[in-house]
Design a protein around this ligand. Structure first.
Ligand code: KG4
Ligand code: ZN
Length: 345
């Protein structure tokens, strides 16, 4: 063990088996992501299959991460592992592996919150980032607006009242006949489309804080799609249709992000999570920030999707678990909630 060595990160909360190594000064030395493809045929993540994939793939993914970083087990200071939120069986695979490896090597174990990992990616992208910064976390399971006061100190000021943004994209994409996850394909199809072709509704909750809602736009889009297929409404070009739907979702996200930044006088805004890979969203955030005179920090794509680099990076500033062998998975662990009381078992 090395008291000042690098940290190995492990992420298995959903359908990416990932491992990464971060140096003590925050450089990402490797970032290996294995995205499961077994779920495609089922139109969504099958938890049992995901757990099995993690169990089968994790040892080789970890091996690749160490090899790429040119780091041996004996060089490590510790292992940072996602302990929640996520699918419990999936989390337990990563935890069991990390606990055993930490114990066998006599190194520290860090139990990391997956959402904290996402919220930290802007600071990885821009190490000179000013605190507080505002981050929009938009993924398949979460959509929330978070003020990051300091590394590890958060204030969630808005969240979705129903579906996550990625969930709405994936469900509407499924109706369109796209494979799971549909978000990246909608990005491709809609990228060159005319986004003002159809005006889909946006939930705004004006004057009621910064919550999101995507069930309305999801239902409206599903209805519109079926009306156009059945001839009730005139057909439109697929790319224009996808662009219009994408815009409705991204516009609702940007509206809250920028309104909160202006109200709270926060000068740096950022995006994180899988949906933050979306090119329309990235362009919109960039343009709005320029218009409002704010700094936009948009993490590179491989740090927006689920990855272990963000988990390892949180391990750098977090305290190690006092009793690694009792470290457990917390499937509903809320961002900013202490690990000991994050339990929902
Ligand atoms: O953060 P993430 O990888 O996993 C979760 O923690 O959920 O996010 C996955 C979500 C999926 O809903 C996927 O469709 C969406 O991110 N996504 C995208 C794009 N890439 C991934 N959505 C829109 N455009 C993309 N390019
Ligand atoms: Zn995620």
């Amino acid at each position: 063990m090395s008291a000042h060595g690098p940290i190995l990160g492990i992420e298995t909360s959903c359908d990416e088996t990932a491992a990464a190594v971060v140096s003590p000064d925050g450089h990402i030395l490797s970032n290996i992501i294995f995205s499961h493809t077994v779920h495609t045929a089922y139109g969504g993540v099958v938890p049992e299959l995901a757990s099995r994939e993690h169990a089968g793939r994790l040892p080789s993914v970890v091996g690749q991460a160490l090899e790429k970083a040119a780091v041996g087990w004996g060089d490590l200071k510790g292992i940072a592992v996602t302990a929640g939120p996520g699918l419990v069986g999936c989390l337990l695979v990563g935890l069991a592996y990390a606990r055993a490896a930490a114990r066998a090597r006599g190194i520290a174990l860090y139990a990391v919150n997956h959402l904290e990992g996402h919220a930290h990616t802007p600071a990885m992208e821009a190490p000179d980032i000013e605190y507080p910064y505002l981050v929009l976390i938009a993924s398949g399971g979460h959509s929330s607006l978070v003020v990051v006061e300091q590394p590890g100190h958060f204030r969630e000021i808005g969240r979705t009242r129903d579906d996550a943004a990625g969930e709405a994209l994936d469900k509407v994409g499924k109706l369109m006949g796209l494979d799971y996850p549909a978000g990246p394909q909608l990005d491709r199809i809609g990228h060159s489309g005319r986004a003002d072709t159809i005006s889909f509704p946006r939930a705004r909750f004006d004057g009621q804080g910064y919550d999101f809602s995507f069930s309305g736009v999801k239902t409206a889009a599903a209805q519109d799609w079926s009306d156009r297929r059945s001839g009730k409404k005139p057909e439109v070009n697929l790319s224009d249709w996808a662009a219009s739907f994408e815009l409705a979702v991204m516009d609702a996200l940007c509206d809250k992000l920028f309104r909160a930044a202006i109200d709270l006088k926060i000068r740096t805004i950022s995006v994180a999570g899988g949906v933050a890979r979306n090119r329309r969203l990235r362009n919109m955030v960039d343009e709005w920030a320029r218009r409002e005179g704010l700094r936009a920090v948009i993490p590179r794509g491989e740090w927006c999707a689920d990855n272990a680099a963000m988990i390892a990076a949180v391990g750098l500033y977090q305290n190690a678990c006092e009793n690694p062998s009792l470290t457990d998975a917390f499937p509903n662990w809320g961002l900013g909630k202490p690990y000991t009381t994050g339990s929902d078992k």
